[in-house]
Design a protein around this ligand. Structure first.
Ligand code: ATP
Ligand code: MN
Ligand code: MN
Length: 301
Protein backbone atom coordinates (compact mmCIF):
# COMPACT_ATOMS: atom_id res chain seq x y z
CA UNK A 1 0.00 0.00 0.00
CA UNK A 2 1.12 3.52 -0.68
CA UNK A 3 1.89 5.40 2.50
CA UNK A 4 0.33 8.83 2.42
CA UNK A 5 2.01 11.21 4.78
CA UNK A 6 0.46 14.58 5.38
CA UNK A 7 2.76 17.55 4.98
CA UNK A 8 5.24 15.61 2.87
CA UNK A 9 7.47 18.31 1.47
CA UNK A 10 7.31 18.17 -2.29
CA UNK A 11 9.73 20.06 -4.48
CA UNK A 12 7.99 22.59 -6.73
CA UNK A 13 7.93 21.34 -10.31
CA UNK A 14 10.69 22.80 -12.44
CA UNK A 15 9.38 25.76 -14.44
CA UNK A 16 10.75 24.24 -17.58
CA UNK A 17 13.60 21.94 -18.31
CA UNK A 18 12.92 21.98 -22.02
CA UNK A 19 15.30 23.72 -24.35
CA UNK A 20 13.55 25.53 -27.19
CA UNK A 21 15.77 25.59 -30.27
CA UNK A 22 15.46 28.07 -33.14
CA UNK A 23 13.58 30.61 -31.02
CA UNK A 24 13.88 33.14 -33.85
CA UNK A 25 12.17 30.93 -36.41
CA UNK A 26 9.04 32.67 -37.67
CA UNK A 27 6.04 30.38 -37.15
CA UNK A 28 3.32 32.87 -38.14
CA UNK A 29 4.56 34.63 -41.26
CA UNK A 30 2.68 37.85 -41.81
CA UNK A 31 2.43 38.32 -38.06
CA UNK A 32 6.14 37.88 -37.40
CA UNK A 33 5.43 35.56 -34.47
CA UNK A 34 8.34 33.29 -33.67
CA UNK A 35 8.72 29.87 -32.12
CA UNK A 36 10.22 31.60 -29.09
CA UNK A 37 7.11 33.74 -28.63
CA UNK A 38 4.90 30.69 -28.99
CA UNK A 39 6.95 28.87 -26.34
CA UNK A 40 6.78 31.92 -24.04
CA UNK A 41 3.00 32.05 -24.48
CA UNK A 42 2.53 28.40 -23.54
CA UNK A 43 5.04 28.70 -20.71
CA UNK A 44 3.13 31.67 -19.27
CA UNK A 45 -0.29 30.07 -19.83
CA UNK A 46 0.57 26.60 -18.52
CA UNK A 47 -0.94 27.33 -15.11
CA UNK A 48 -4.33 28.27 -16.51
CA UNK A 49 -4.24 25.65 -19.27
CA UNK A 50 -3.22 22.53 -17.36
CA UNK A 51 -6.53 22.03 -15.52
CA UNK A 52 -7.98 21.39 -19.01
CA UNK A 53 -5.01 20.08 -20.95
CA UNK A 54 -3.21 18.06 -18.29
CA UNK A 55 -3.61 14.28 -18.07
CA UNK A 56 -5.94 14.06 -21.06
CA UNK A 57 -5.16 12.16 -24.29
CA UNK A 58 -4.17 14.81 -26.82
CA UNK A 59 -3.67 15.26 -30.53
CA UNK A 60 -1.23 17.85 -31.73
CA UNK A 61 -1.29 20.10 -34.77
CA UNK A 62 2.38 20.27 -35.68
CA UNK A 63 3.72 22.73 -38.22
CA UNK A 64 7.51 22.27 -38.08
CA UNK A 65 8.02 24.75 -40.94
CA UNK A 66 5.48 27.27 -39.62
CA UNK A 67 1.73 27.56 -40.04
CA UNK A 68 1.86 28.50 -43.72
CA UNK A 69 3.66 25.28 -44.66
CA UNK A 70 2.51 21.72 -44.14
CA UNK A 71 0.85 20.98 -40.81
CA UNK A 72 -0.27 17.58 -39.57
CA UNK A 73 -2.39 16.07 -36.82
CA UNK A 74 -0.48 13.71 -34.55
CA UNK A 75 -2.04 11.30 -32.05
CA UNK A 76 0.75 8.82 -31.40
CA UNK A 77 4.45 8.90 -30.91
CA UNK A 78 7.16 6.32 -30.45
CA UNK A 79 9.11 8.42 -27.97
CA UNK A 80 10.70 11.20 -29.99
CA UNK A 81 9.09 13.89 -27.83
CA UNK A 82 11.22 12.96 -24.83
CA UNK A 83 10.36 11.98 -21.30
CA UNK A 84 8.17 15.00 -20.50
CA UNK A 85 5.51 13.76 -22.92
CA UNK A 86 3.78 10.66 -21.60
CA UNK A 87 1.90 7.78 -23.15
CA UNK A 88 -1.39 6.15 -22.22
CA UNK A 89 -2.30 2.88 -23.92
CA UNK A 90 -5.81 2.99 -25.30
CA UNK A 91 -7.72 0.07 -26.74
CA UNK A 92 -8.44 0.34 -30.46
CA UNK A 93 -11.42 -1.08 -32.34
CA UNK A 94 -9.29 -3.94 -33.68
CA UNK A 95 -8.58 -5.13 -30.16
CA UNK A 96 -5.00 -3.90 -30.02
CA UNK A 97 -3.81 -0.84 -28.14
CA UNK A 98 -2.13 2.35 -29.27
CA UNK A 99 -0.05 4.73 -27.16
CA UNK A 100 -1.75 8.15 -27.01
CA UNK A 101 0.04 11.24 -25.88
CA UNK A 102 -0.56 13.23 -22.74
CA UNK A 103 1.26 15.87 -20.72
CA UNK A 104 0.89 16.91 -17.12
CA UNK A 105 3.06 19.98 -16.71
CA UNK A 106 4.57 23.00 -18.43
CA UNK A 107 7.63 21.00 -19.44
CA UNK A 108 5.42 18.54 -21.29
CA UNK A 109 3.65 21.35 -23.13
CA UNK A 110 6.96 22.95 -24.06
CA UNK A 111 8.41 19.64 -25.25
CA UNK A 112 5.50 19.59 -27.73
CA UNK A 113 6.22 23.18 -28.81
CA UNK A 114 9.86 22.28 -29.28
CA UNK A 115 8.65 19.61 -31.76
CA UNK A 116 6.74 22.20 -33.79
CA UNK A 117 3.34 21.96 -32.11
CA UNK A 118 1.03 24.94 -32.45
CA UNK A 119 -2.35 23.51 -31.39
CA UNK A 120 -3.31 21.10 -28.60
CA UNK A 121 -6.56 19.16 -29.00
CA UNK A 122 -7.97 16.88 -26.36
CA UNK A 123 -10.19 13.89 -25.85
CA UNK A 124 -13.32 14.48 -23.81
CA UNK A 125 -11.94 12.20 -21.10
CA UNK A 126 -8.95 11.96 -18.81
CA UNK A 127 -6.20 9.37 -18.78
CA UNK A 128 -7.49 7.99 -15.46
CA UNK A 129 -10.58 6.67 -17.23
CA UNK A 130 -10.62 7.18 -20.97
CA UNK A 131 -13.97 5.40 -21.30
CA UNK A 132 -15.90 7.94 -19.20
CA UNK A 133 -16.15 11.43 -20.68
CA UNK A 134 -15.77 14.43 -18.39
CA UNK A 135 -17.28 16.87 -20.86
CA UNK A 136 -19.56 17.22 -23.84
CA UNK A 137 -18.81 19.73 -26.61
CA UNK A 138 -21.24 21.19 -29.10
CA UNK A 139 -19.02 22.63 -31.80
CA UNK A 140 -21.03 25.22 -33.74
CA UNK A 141 -19.82 25.44 -37.31
CA UNK A 142 -21.53 28.24 -39.25
CA UNK A 143 -21.91 28.10 -43.00
CA UNK A 144 -19.86 30.70 -44.82
CA UNK A 145 -21.81 33.91 -45.07
CA UNK A 146 -23.42 33.68 -41.65
CA UNK A 147 -22.25 36.33 -39.29
CA UNK A 148 -21.10 35.97 -35.74
CA UNK A 149 -24.43 37.22 -34.38
CA UNK A 150 -26.08 34.11 -35.83
CA UNK A 151 -23.51 31.91 -34.11
CA UNK A 152 -24.06 33.70 -30.81
CA UNK A 153 -27.82 33.35 -31.04
CA UNK A 154 -27.42 29.64 -31.74
CA UNK A 155 -25.07 29.19 -28.79
CA UNK A 156 -27.47 31.01 -26.46
CA UNK A 157 -30.32 28.84 -27.68
CA UNK A 158 -28.31 25.68 -26.94
CA UNK A 159 -27.44 27.06 -23.53
CA UNK A 160 -31.15 27.55 -22.80
CA UNK A 161 -32.19 24.09 -23.96
CA UNK A 162 -29.41 22.54 -21.88
CA UNK A 163 -30.40 24.63 -18.86
CA UNK A 164 -34.00 23.41 -19.23
CA UNK A 165 -32.57 19.89 -18.85
CA UNK A 166 -30.70 20.96 -15.77
CA UNK A 167 -27.31 21.16 -17.47
CA UNK A 168 -24.87 24.02 -16.98
CA UNK A 169 -22.79 24.93 -20.03
CA UNK A 170 -19.95 27.30 -20.81
CA UNK A 171 -19.02 29.06 -24.06
CA UNK A 172 -15.61 29.13 -25.67
CA UNK A 173 -14.64 31.13 -28.75
CA UNK A 174 -12.86 28.66 -31.01
CA UNK A 175 -10.35 31.20 -32.30
CA UNK A 176 -11.61 30.19 -35.76
CA UNK A 177 -15.14 30.81 -36.97
CA UNK A 178 -17.33 29.29 -34.34
CA UNK A 179 -18.14 28.77 -30.73
CA UNK A 180 -17.94 25.62 -28.62
CA UNK A 181 -20.63 25.12 -25.99
CA UNK A 182 -19.05 22.93 -23.33
CA UNK A 183 -20.97 20.82 -20.82
CA UNK A 184 -18.76 19.55 -18.00
CA UNK A 185 -19.65 16.06 -16.81
CA UNK A 186 -18.79 14.07 -13.77
CA UNK A 187 -17.28 10.94 -15.35
CA UNK A 188 -20.06 8.39 -15.13
CA UNK A 189 -21.65 7.41 -18.45
CA UNK A 190 -19.44 5.81 -21.10
CA UNK A 191 -18.88 6.96 -24.68
CA UNK A 192 -21.81 5.22 -26.40
CA UNK A 193 -24.33 6.83 -24.05
CA UNK A 194 -22.71 10.26 -24.28
CA UNK A 195 -22.50 10.11 -28.05
CA UNK A 196 -26.10 9.03 -28.27
CA UNK A 197 -27.18 11.94 -26.07
CA UNK A 198 -25.24 14.43 -28.22
CA UNK A 199 -26.67 12.93 -31.40
CA UNK A 200 -30.27 13.08 -30.16
CA UNK A 201 -29.80 16.57 -28.74
CA UNK A 202 -28.44 17.92 -32.04
CA UNK A 203 -31.13 16.21 -34.10
CA UNK A 204 -33.92 17.47 -31.88
CA UNK A 205 -32.61 21.01 -32.17
CA UNK A 206 -32.31 20.77 -35.95
CA UNK A 207 -35.84 19.33 -36.16
CA UNK A 208 -37.24 22.16 -34.03
CA UNK A 209 -35.45 24.92 -35.86
CA UNK A 210 -34.49 23.65 -39.32
CA UNK A 211 -33.87 27.13 -40.69
CA UNK A 212 -31.12 27.71 -38.22
CA UNK A 213 -29.58 24.32 -37.42
CA UNK A 214 -28.40 21.24 -39.21
CA UNK A 215 -27.12 18.10 -37.48
CA UNK A 216 -25.51 16.36 -40.46
CA UNK A 217 -22.06 17.20 -41.72
CA UNK A 218 -22.97 17.45 -45.42
CA UNK A 219 -21.82 20.83 -46.72
CA UNK A 220 -24.76 21.18 -49.11
CA UNK A 221 -27.28 20.88 -46.27
CA UNK A 222 -25.46 23.50 -44.28
CA UNK A 223 -26.42 26.31 -46.65
CA UNK A 224 -27.16 29.36 -44.54
CA UNK A 225 -27.27 27.25 -41.37
CA UNK A 226 -25.17 26.28 -38.42
CA UNK A 227 -23.91 22.72 -38.23
CA UNK A 228 -24.08 21.44 -34.66
CA UNK A 229 -21.02 19.22 -34.78
CA UNK A 230 -22.01 16.68 -32.13
CA UNK A 231 -19.43 14.20 -33.50
CA UNK A 232 -16.83 15.72 -31.19
CA UNK A 233 -18.52 13.51 -28.59
CA UNK A 234 -17.52 10.10 -29.77
CA UNK A 235 -14.71 8.00 -28.45
CA UNK A 236 -11.42 9.10 -30.00
CA UNK A 237 -12.67 12.48 -31.22
CA UNK A 238 -10.95 15.64 -30.04
CA UNK A 239 -11.74 19.31 -29.66
CA UNK A 240 -9.40 22.24 -29.34
CA UNK A 241 -8.57 22.92 -25.68
CA UNK A 242 -8.98 26.21 -23.78
CA UNK A 243 -6.33 28.87 -24.48
CA UNK A 244 -4.77 26.97 -27.38
CA UNK A 245 -3.23 29.14 -30.10
CA UNK A 246 -4.76 28.38 -33.48
CA UNK A 247 -2.53 27.86 -36.52
CA UNK A 248 -4.36 30.64 -38.36
CA UNK A 249 -3.42 34.16 -39.40
CA UNK A 250 -3.00 36.44 -36.39
CA UNK A 251 -2.49 33.54 -33.93
CA UNK A 252 -6.01 33.71 -32.43
CA UNK A 253 -6.63 31.81 -29.21
CA UNK A 254 -9.45 29.46 -28.18
CA UNK A 255 -10.86 31.65 -25.44
CA UNK A 256 -13.19 30.73 -22.58
CA UNK A 257 -15.79 33.46 -22.10
CA UNK A 258 -18.69 34.06 -19.74
CA UNK A 259 -22.31 33.98 -20.89
CA UNK A 260 -22.68 37.41 -19.29
CA UNK A 261 -20.21 39.01 -21.72
CA UNK A 262 -21.14 36.86 -24.68
CA UNK A 263 -23.48 39.37 -26.32
CA UNK A 264 -20.76 42.00 -26.51
CA UNK A 265 -18.27 39.81 -28.41
CA UNK A 266 -18.10 40.23 -32.14
CA UNK A 267 -15.63 37.63 -33.38
CA UNK A 268 -14.44 34.12 -32.49
CA UNK A 269 -10.88 35.41 -32.76
CA UNK A 270 -11.20 38.14 -30.12
CA UNK A 271 -7.92 37.32 -28.33
CA UNK A 272 -4.57 36.31 -29.75
CA UNK A 273 -1.20 35.05 -28.55
CA UNK A 274 -0.23 38.68 -28.04
CA UNK A 275 -2.88 39.09 -25.31
CA UNK A 276 -1.16 36.80 -22.82
CA UNK A 277 -1.42 39.19 -19.86
CA UNK A 278 -5.08 39.94 -20.49
CA UNK A 279 -5.87 36.25 -20.92
CA UNK A 280 -4.23 35.39 -17.59
CA UNK A 281 -5.99 38.29 -15.89
CA UNK A 282 -9.31 37.14 -17.32
CA UNK A 283 -8.71 33.52 -16.37
CA UNK A 284 -8.11 34.58 -12.78
CA UNK A 285 -10.96 37.08 -12.68
CA UNK A 286 -14.34 36.74 -11.03
CA UNK A 287 -15.91 36.75 -14.49
CA UNK A 288 -14.42 33.37 -15.34
CA UNK A 289 -14.33 31.92 -11.85
CA UNK A 290 -15.80 28.43 -12.07
CA UNK A 291 -15.72 28.42 -15.86
CA UNK A 292 -15.97 24.86 -17.15
CA UNK A 293 -16.76 23.39 -13.76
CA UNK A 294 -20.05 21.69 -12.88
CA UNK A 295 -20.78 18.46 -11.06
CA UNK A 296 -23.50 16.95 -13.24
CA UNK A 297 -24.45 13.89 -15.24
CA UNK A 298 -26.58 13.62 -18.37
CA UNK A 299 -30.31 13.25 -17.81
CA UNK A 300 -32.26 10.44 -19.48
CA UNK A 301 -33.86 11.78 -22.65
P1 ATP B 1 -13.88 26.62 -36.10
O1 ATP B 1 -14.56 27.51 -35.13
O2 ATP B 1 -13.21 27.38 -37.18
O3 ATP B 1 -14.81 25.55 -36.60
P2 ATP B 1 -12.76 24.40 -34.67
O4 ATP B 1 -11.60 24.14 -33.78
O5 ATP B 1 -14.10 24.15 -34.04
O6 ATP B 1 -12.69 25.87 -35.25
P3 ATP B 1 -13.46 22.32 -36.57
O7 ATP B 1 -13.01 22.12 -37.97
O8 ATP B 1 -14.91 22.56 -36.36
O9 ATP B 1 -12.55 23.49 -35.96
O10 ATP B 1 -13.02 21.04 -35.78
C1 ATP B 1 -13.50 20.78 -34.49
C2 ATP B 1 -12.50 19.88 -33.82
O11 ATP B 1 -12.39 18.65 -34.53
C3 ATP B 1 -11.10 20.46 -33.83
O12 ATP B 1 -10.91 21.35 -32.76
C4 ATP B 1 -10.25 19.21 -33.79
O13 ATP B 1 -9.98 18.80 -32.46
C5 ATP B 1 -11.07 18.18 -34.50
N1 ATP B 1 -10.56 18.01 -35.86
C6 ATP B 1 -10.77 18.81 -36.90
N2 ATP B 1 -10.10 18.40 -37.99
C7 ATP B 1 -9.45 17.27 -37.64
C8 ATP B 1 -8.59 16.35 -38.31
N3 ATP B 1 -8.24 16.50 -39.57
N4 ATP B 1 -8.12 15.32 -37.60
C9 ATP B 1 -8.46 15.14 -36.33
N5 ATP B 1 -9.27 15.97 -35.63
C10 ATP B 1 -9.76 17.03 -36.27
MN1 MN C 1 -15.87 24.18 -35.19
MN1 MN D 1 -16.53 20.98 -36.46
Amino acid sequence: AKAVVAETPTAPPPASTVKISSRERVVFPGDGITKGELADYYGAMAGVMLPWLGRRPISLVRCPQGRAKQCFFQKHDAGSFGEQVHHVDIREKDGGTEPYLYVEDAAGMLACVQMGTIEFHGWGARVEDVEKPDRLVFDLDPDEGLDFDDVKRAAEQIKTVLADMGLTSFPMLSGGKGVHVIVPLTPHAEWPAVKSFADRFARALAADDPDRFVATATKAKRKGRIFIDWLRNQRGATAVLPYVVRARPGAPVAAPVAWSEFKRLDTAGRWTLRDTDELIERAESRLLKGWGIADQVLPEI
